[in-house]
Design a protein around this ligand. Structure first.
Ligand code: N01
Length: 489
């Protein structure tokens, strides 16, 4: 056993998972880390997304770090800019600014035999003992290649790269896509648009929820004064979230109840049989990432709104032509078409042991042992990586739990137990088999297409409950890893 030493750590990404990682390292006495962020500020998805109507559809009291609860959220479901501010405030509060490099996109990371050589777009090189890839899931916008799009003379926007200088009031707007984003942006733009046309390829179930409900100021004041009550409320929320996990992971009366509520949300708000027919999905509620809204159906019923479910044939210089031969004249096209959710850290040129690239390692789709360790890539961990619980467990919590797990490995490195730690192929295959088996009874597997599916056809989610997730990341299991000295590489 060698003397204690201090690890150099690179964290890639300053979103929820990067912030959770940095603070967890710091709280455990690790200070030699740098956070490389591609964007111009912290916040990840909440930095990049600022489209009109952006709201978090997870209750604010749950959509926060357990170690940094905010008492005074303005609404039960916080608006995007408030979440972005919260993340920036936490970042400041924990003194992370000196560790941050913005506009520092990692273009390459190469395993050296004992650690990593990480390169950013401007040619800066960081030598590290460990890399934590906290690069996010919903980061790379998906932009469909529609015939004629290049010839369109109006504005083209993707919701995930919104341009705040583009006017929307009094204009004829096409919105393509009806996930959580499309529903929010249509609801927000409709009141002041001249005309809004929502192009929907597959309708979604939209559960009614009071998305604009204010959080009572008195509650904020009480939670602020009594941190114990704040903690208790967080725990109550986590317990409630556990019931939701159960709803999606296996059939039960609870699942059926939520699904019935989804159907009722449509029936009660859309009386016109033709519109209701158009809005009725041909798959079970909850199969795709559930959409929540208190205003979408009302927006669609407005005089200046139209739902179009005929397929898009082509974009023309002045609008969109659908398969029924109609031409829809519009001034701007908004793509709410989601993300390439399975890219993770790619297109970064990530090269592991013996020259294996991440593209080769993931040729059949992204994979990682317990969401965080990849065979062939020693001393590298992902946070909210493959099979993360994006559809079931509060994300901040999942990021915190994963960050603690990684920190435990780094702690052992510090004490000199090993130079490199790499998950075994056998353990990764075993984990994949467990996941595949547990995915069978999930609602995500009941016959819809969604961004949860990888190109290879597997579902990229964690089909376990919170307790199982916490247990699997509680203590590193040596049997599942190769622990080596650098000399042996
Ligand atoms: O993206 P999506 P999103 N022609 O992938 C359609 C999170 N989020 O940005 O279903 C026509 O869900 C596609 O149609 P189809 C949340 O996890 C959270 O809305 O493939 N349409 C679909 O309707 C969410 O799930 C919040 O037939 C095309 C849509 O585009 C995730 O982000 C808020 C098309 C894409 O839906 C992604 O949501 C917002 C084409 N060629 C988002 N290509 C919170 O509140 C795609 N579509 C926390």
């Amino acid at each position: 056993m060698r003397a204690s030493r201090e690890p150099r750590i690179v964290i890639i990404g300053a979103g929820v998972s990067g912030i959770a990682s940095a603070i967890t390292l710091q709280r455990n006495g690790f200070h030699d880390f740098v956070i490389l962020e591609k964007g111009s500020d912290v916040g990840g998805v909440w930095h990049w997304n600022h489209y009109p109507g952006l709201t978090c559809d997870v209750p604010s009291q749950l959509y926060q770090f357990g170690f940094a609860p905010k008492a005074d959220w303005s609404r039960i479901f916080a608006p995007g800019p408030e979440i972005q501010r919260y993340l920036a405030d936490v970042f400041e509060e924990y003194g992370l600014r000196p560790h941050l490099r913005v506009n520092a996109e990692v273009t390459a990371a190469t395993f050296t035999g004992s650690g990593w050589r990480v390169e950013t777009g401007d040619g800066t090189v960081h030598e590290a003992d460990f890399v934590i890839a906290a690069t996010g899931v919903l980061h790379h916008p998906a932009m469909p290649e529609l015939p004629g799009l290049d010839e369109f003379t109006g504005e083209i926007l993707h919701t995930a790269r919104w341009d705040d200088s583009v006017a929307t009031d009094g204009r004829r707007i096409a919105v393509i896509g009806t996930g959580s984003t499309g529903v929010q942006v249509v609801s927000a733009l409709q009141p002041k648009a001249e005309q809004i046309t929502h192009f929907v390829r597959s309708p979604q179930w939209v559960i009614w929820a009071p998305m604009r409900l204010p959080q009572p100021p008195l509650l904020g004041a009480v939670l602020d004064r009594l941190p114990q009550v704040n903690k208790a409320l967080y725990q109550v929320g986590m317990t409630g979230a556990r019931m939701f996990t159960d709803v999606v992971t296996r059939p039960s009366w609870r699942r059926r109840t939520v699904q019935e509520y989804a159907r009722l949300s449509l029936r009660a708000q859309v009386r016109d049989p033709e519109l209701r027919e158009q809005l009725t999905p041909d798959y079970q509620p909850l199969c795709k990432r559930q959409v929540l809204s208190g205003s979408y159906y009302r927006a669609l019923r407005a005089r200046n709104a139209e739902l179009v479910t005929d397929g898009i044939e082509a974009v023309t210089p002045t609008g969109i032509r659908t398969a029924d031969g109609r031409h829809h004249e519009v001034d701007m096209i908004v793509f709410a078409t989601g993300f390439k959710a399975h890219n993770y850290m790619r297109p970064m040129n990530l090269v592991g042991r013996e020259g294996i690239s991440i593209d080769d390692a993931w040729a059949k789709g992204p994979r990682a042992y317990r969401m965080t360790a990849i065979p062939g890539f020693p001393n590298l961990f992902t946070v909210l990586g493959p099979n993360s619980p994006t559809g079931s467990i509060p994300l901040h919590h999942a990021a915190e739990v994963t960050a603690r797990y990684i920190t435990a490995w780094i702690h052992r490195w510090r004490t000199g137990e090993f130079d490199t730690v790499e998950v075994t192929e056998a353990a990764t295959i075993r984990f994949e088999q467990e996941v595949a088996e547990a995915l069978t009874p999930t609602v995500w597997n009941t016959g819809c297409n969604s961004w949860y599916f990888t190109e290879g056809g597997s579902i990229d989610l964690l089909p376990f409950d919170r307790a199982t997730m916490e247990q699997m990341l509680a203590v590193p299991d040596d049997n599942d890893f190769h622990l080596r000295d650098a000399i042996a590489n």
